[in-house]
Write a protein of this length. Structure first.
Length: 140
């Protein structure tokens, strides 16, 4: 069981892999689940747009796409993150790149844990969980 980080067509973002992996493992444990195999793939807007078109038949830019391979309580999946979107979001939401990157990372993990964000009440819970687990990261 592992958490891995890859970069496709962009430089790898300045992410502390060990700290981030331990944080994600802690989050999954706090949710009462176990860690399977999770891959984070950092890429450009264009790369993620291609993934969005090819696999989801969506023709728009997004910051994250999560492919869920969860089996029972073992959390596994591939999480594609557009570094371009993270940069733009950090400006739009007046936060640092690192803070926005961590929010997007945990957002993908929360999707694997079964949280949704399409309905207003689901989005509210997702944001509360993101905030809570970002605090767990900052306290570690």
């Amino acid at each position: 069981m592992s958490i891995q980080f890859f970069s496709e067509d962009v430089p790898f973002p300045g992410l502390k892999k060990r700290v981030t992996s331990n944080w994600i493992k802690r989050v999954i444990g706090l949710e009462g689940k176990s860690v399977g195999d999770i891959s984070f793939i950092f890429c450009s807007d264009d790369y993620l747009l291609d993934v969005n078109r090819k696999y989801l038949q969506h023709d728009y830019f997004t910051d994250i796409i999560t492919f869920d391979y969860v089996e029972n309580s073992r959390i596994s999946g591939d999480i594609f993150i557009s570094v371009d979107r993270v940069k733009d979001n950090s400006v739009q939401f007046n936060t640092s790149f690192d803070d926005e990157l961590h929010r997007i990372l945990i957002h993908g993990v929360l999707h694997l844990l079964g949280y949704k964000d399409k309905k207003k009440e689901d989005k509210k819970l997702m944001t509360e969980k993101e905030d809570f687990y970002l605090k767990v990261l900052s306290d570690s």
